[in-house]
Design a protein. Structure first.
Length: 90
């Protein structure tokens, strides 16, 4: 992994991934099925898993990813579908 510094880590990680054959193959796979894979998807996946799999409160997940709660909820609430609500109620 490249050294990750505040304010520069996204660009460093993107460059690192783009040079890896496994990332290129994965990106090509998603392109072939009409999806777009970019390094920022890792951030989205982290936020999604923080809620769905780990059950972290929005405040905790937002803090870990570097968002305000408002920004975090605005960006990721779309992944809280009816199935997630039903599972929580069950």
């Amino acid at each position: 992994m490249p050294p990750l510094r505040v304010g520069e880590s996204g660009e460093a990680l993107a460059k690192y991934l783009k040079r890896r054959r496994s990332w290129q193959e994965l990106r090509n796979h998603y392109t072939a099925i009409g999806e777009r894979l970019v390094p920022h998807n890792l951030r989205h996946a982290y936020a999604h898993r923080a809620h769905v799999f780990l059950g972290l409160a929005p405040k905790v997940a937002a803090t870990l990813i570097g968002h305000s709660v408002q920004t975090h909820l605005a960006a990721y609430i779309r992944w809280c579908g009816d199935d997630v609500v039903d599972a929580a109620l069950a």
